[in-house]
Structure formats: C-alpha cells, structure tokens
Design a protein around this ligand. Structure first.
Ligand code: NFE
Ligand code: MG
Length: 578
C-alpha cells in the first residue's frame, strides 16, 4: 500500500494537487486539493454591479469570456433586463468560438500526451503514417513527405535535449498503446492545432476587440455597433470574415479532431470502463436561440438544462438553483454558522482559513475532520454533480425536445458505432473525452446557423444591440438579487449577485472546476475527481500516468475554481482595494 502525491498536475490551468492511496495496482482513495486562493468574490463587494462582468472576467485567462457572460446575466436577471436578439446571437457566437478553441486546445495540447507517446513517433514509417491519415480523413496535409518532415522536426527537438513542454513526461510507459504511426499523426496535428487556434480565435477580436478578456459586453446587451455599410463596426466585410473563420474552424474539427479522437479512442476502449465517478450529471444549458431571461427560461436553450442521476438516461430532472449549496467542511474557509453547514450562494461567505501543513510537506492533512483544499464543495440537493461536456451531451441525448437533440444523438451514435460500444461507455474517462469532441462538432455546426440568423436579422433591418429602454440606471431597482447561469466549456457556471443601494453587497461564483474538483462535504461524500479516480489501475506508482488521464479528462481550471500563494505557501501579493 502506498500513498502518492502529484503536485503540481501539469497541462491544466492553475495549481492542482492530487493525493491517492494505491493498493493492489489500483487507486483506493483520492483527495483533490487546489493549492491557490484568489478572492475575486471579495474584490467585487461594494462595486457598481455594471462593472462586475469586467472584473469577474479576470478570474481566468482560459475561459475568459464565460465569466463576463455569467456576470451580465446575473445583473440582467436582478434588474429584469431583456437583451435584444442581435446581442443574444453575438454572445452565442463568442461563446461558441470559446468552446471550439478551448476543446481543440484541450484535446491536443493538454490531454493528448496522456495517450500519445511522442518518443514512439520517431519510430514511425512516414509512408504508413500517410496511409493511416488518408484512411480516416481527406485532410490535405497527409503525404509521406509531410509526415517525414514532422518526424525530422521532432527528432531535432529531442536531440537538442531541450524538450520544453515535452520534458518530465512518462514516455515509454506500458500504458501507451498507440502504434508509432498513430503517434506521429497525432503529433503532427498537435503542431497544426497550435497554429490553427491562433487564427481561429480572431473571431474574438472581431466580436470582442481582443482575446483574452473581451471588451464588448455591457449590462443590457453588447457595445459592438452593427451597420452593414459602416466602418469600425460589425459590417458586411466583418461578417464575411466571421463566416470564413467559423467555416475553417468547423473543417478542422470535422477533418482532424474527430477522426483523431476516434482513431486514438479505438486503442483505449478499456478506458470506457474506468473513471466513471459520481454518476450524477448537471448542466444549466446554454446558447439561447431567442430572446428572454436565460436564467428563468431554459427552454430557449440549444443545449438543454437538466440533471441525470445515477447514470439513468431514462429521466432528465429539472434544475432549481435554490437547491445549490456549497460546503467548506474540508475547505480552507470558515462559515459564521459553523463549518458543517452548507450555504446557498446568495447567503455565501468567502472567509479564508488556512489550516494545512506548513510547507514543505509530504502529504496534506486528510483525516476525517481535516480541511485540505481552497475549493469549496458545491452540491445539488446534497449530491455531488459532475459538470462539463459529458453532462451536456448526456442531458441533450436524453431530452428529445431539445433543439440540439437530433444533432447530438446523431453524432453520439456515430461515435459509439465507430468504436463499437454502447451508451454505457459514456460514463467513463473515455466518455468524458469523447463527449468533448462530439460537443465541439455539434457547436461548430450550430455556430454557422447562429451567424446566419444574425445576418438575416441585420438584413431585415434590426440593428439593435442593447435594451435601450432600460438604459437609465436611475430607473433601476436600488436593491435586487440575481442569478446568471451559463454553461462554460468546462461545465455549469453560476454567478449570484445581491445588490443593495445600487452597490454589490455579496457576489458568489460557483464554477465548473469547483463542482468537479472540489473536496469532500460534511457527509464525507467525495467530489467528482476523487470518485472518478477510485478504481483507476496504476501500472507504476512512480509514474502515475493513469491518474493524469482521468483528471485531465475533466479539463481542470483551478484559476476559475479557486477564485496568491506561491509554492512555499507564502502570500505572493496582497492587493488593497480602495
Ligand atoms: Ni478557467 Fe472555466 C471554464 C469557468 S472552469 S476555465 O470553462 O467558468 O472552472
Ligand atoms: Mg466561489
């Protein structure tokens, strides 16, 4: 029996530590610990609610735009402001581009190296690699000479001894199963995806002026003016550019990402029975396809809102945000009413209370009553919930009336058919990774439709981008509460705001990586990462590659989740807010 600690987990955003008990070649217990704290929720107190989106967007530089969206929705919900269709569609297009870029980067640059052995690619036959690539896709970069060139590039890189992002890995580990040719093809696409994503995300520059941290949100709509014939606005030429960027994005997803995903997955089907976890799936839904308050009118969503319990796809349960609470029993915070309690975000408190060991330490205190993470533990009716692409795909798959149902079902069934597995394979590490790819495919297609809808609406003469009738803050209620629910690339994202006398009294964000990566609650229920790790096989305790596979399948982002301490636990900076 051995206890192991992996810290930091790399190829994620932020600081994550996993401790695991390993017995008889498998994980028997696990603890997920976020080792940084940020406190953005406190920075928001006493601010003008119209500024919240701008500040909360700084929670993360990866999923940047989604906090702006959750925030404007929370304030619009509090103030009963309905935004016009053009603003709905612009927000959808920004978020769709975020999903597509984020998921492609996750697959190639954060997750692939758990399955793809770069060193083995050096042994590949470029001719056979070309045949393999051409057998699964008509993507043009597929000749033997192209793959020989990529191989020469990797060889020069390895021989230089400066492995950079490929250093400190588990190359040659027995759990790598791809033949050298599949490894070479995947590495070639890893490099192509780097370039592809840089170009694709120009969509955010067009619609948001820049990326990360888009500039064009405003409570009540968007600030990007529309005029088909104007300069420096969303005009006909800019719309044509968006069409081209989305079309090329979709082509890469359909011709590179999806074929690679299916090719790689076919060698790892045993991972369809590993890493299932809590078996409860929550999504708030997203991408409204019409006007209306998205927090109270989920029927408007392309991806439906819902909950699946105990892996039972025959029933989708409704979501009532009043049933969401957060525990701090095992988190480095304290609640005024005592740490066994759980609080709804409108009553939420952010009072840091570090009780962990003094660094350097070998292991955290993970006894029955110990705190061990900067993440709170969100629960729905006291149950842990997995959030993310798998939750969205399962709820859409099981919701026949949802606008996305036909597209999701067709693509899920295609993927399952190609792999020769049934829907139960989705409840796993492999299922989580496959669902992210399927979702990218669905969104890449749907985004073209939202862009057409925006174009048609503009052609019909509607240039509105803001709820002009609600422009005057003097007319707004001085005190109100709101919730902004969105589904970010990594899952259900909610912001809760309490406004008093025109200022923010309390602001709480409950974010995807907190749902997935949070610790135990007062009743000792594990968080989703912790549950998913139990049972994971470990071939070599010194090289726990298998733990990385399951943790990465969730696509962790700790900056979002822990909303500054350095490696020694010292505070890095303290910011005084006037
Ligand atoms: Ni920082 Fe995020 C997403 C949000 S995850 S990446 O997607 O919200 O917790
Ligand atoms: Mg929070």
């Amino acid at each position: 029996m051995a206890k192991i600690a992996i810290d930091p987990i790399t190829r994620i955003e932020g600081h994550l530590r996993i401790e695991a008990q390993v017995e008889g070649g498998a994980v028997t217990n696990a603890w997920s610990s976020s080792t940084m704290w940020r406190g953005i929720e406190l920075i928001l107190q006493n601010r003008d609610p119209r500024d919240a989106w701008y500040l909360t967007q700084r929670i993360c530089g990866v999923c940047t735009t989604v906090h702006a969206l959750a925030s404007v929705r929370a304030v619009e919900n509090a103030l009963a402001i309905e935004i016009p269709l053009n603003a709905v569609l612009m927000r959808n297009l920004i978020e769709a581009a975020q999903y597509i870029q984020d998921h492609v980067i996750h697959f190639y640059h954060l997750h692939a190296l758990d399955w793809v052995d770069i060193v083995s690619a050096l042994d590949a036959d470029p001719q056979a690699t070309s045949q393999l690539a051409e057998s699964i896709s008509d993507w043009p970069l597929s000749s033997a000479s192209y793959f020989a060139g990529v191989q020469a590039k990797i060889k020069a890189f390895v021989e230089s001894g400066q492995l950079g992002p490929f250093g400190n890995a588990y190359w040659g580990h027995p759990a790598y199963k791809l033949p050298p040719e599949a490894n070479l093809m995947a590495v070639a696409h890893y490099l192509e995806a780097l370039d592809w994503q840089r170009n694709f995300i120009r969509i955010h520059a067009v619609l948001g002026s820049k990326n990360p941290h888009l500039q064009t949100y405003v409570v009540g709509g968007m600030t990007l003016a529309i005029d088909p014939n104007g300069q420096s606005v969303l005009n006909a030429e800019r719309i044509a550019l968006l069409k081209d960027l989305f079309a090329r994005g979709r082509e890469f997803v359909e011709k590179v990402y999806i074929p690679d995903l299916l090719a790689v997955a076919s060698f790892y089907k045993d991972w369809a029975a590993i890493g299932g976890g809590v078996g409860n799936y929550l999504t708030y839904g997203d991408f409204p396809i019409g006007v209306g308050d998205p927090s109270s009118k989920p029927d408007l969503f392309f991806f439906p809102r819902g909950i699946i319990l105990n892996k039972d796809l025959s029933m989708v349960h409704p979501v009532d945000h009043a049933k969401i609470t957060e525990y701090v029993t095992h988190s480095w915070y304290e609640y005024a009413v005592g740490d066994a309690a759980s609080l709804h975000p409108w009553e939420g408190e952010t009072s840091p209370n570090y009780t962990g060991p003094t660094p350097p330490y070998k292991f955290l205190n993970t006894g029955e009553n110990d705190k061990y993470s900067w993440l709170k533990a969100p629960r729905y009716e006291n149950q842990p919930m997995e959030v993310g692409p798998l939750s969205r795909m399962l709820v859409a798959y099981a919701s026949p009336d949802a606008p996305s149902h036909a597209s999701v079902k067709e693509k899920v069934d295609t993927a399952l058919g190609a792999l020769g597995v049934g829907p139960e394979a989705l409840f796993s590490t492999l299922g989580r990774t496959a669902a992210r790819g399927i979702e990218t495919w669905v969104v890449a297609e749907a985004a073209m439709g939202w862009l057409d809808q925006l174009t048609d609406n503009i052609k019909a003469g509607d240039l509105r981008i803001h709820a002009n009738e609600k422009w005057d803050p003097q007319q707004w209620p001085r005190s109100a509460q709101g919730v902004g629910m969105t589904d970010a690339p990594r899952g259900a994202l909610g912001h809760w705001v309490t406004i008093e006398d025109g200022k923010i009294l309390n602001y709480q964000c409950v974010v995807p990586s907190t749902w997935n990566g949070g610790p135990r609650d007062a009743e000792a229920n594990n968080g989703p990462y912790e549950s998913a790790l139990i049972g994971t096989p470990i071939a070599d305790e010194e090289k726990p590659l298998e733990i990385l596979r399951t943790v990465h399948s969730f696509d962790p982002c700790m900056a979002c989740a822990a909303h500054i301490f350095d490696a020694e636990g010292r505070e890095v900076i303290s910011v005084k807010v006037q």
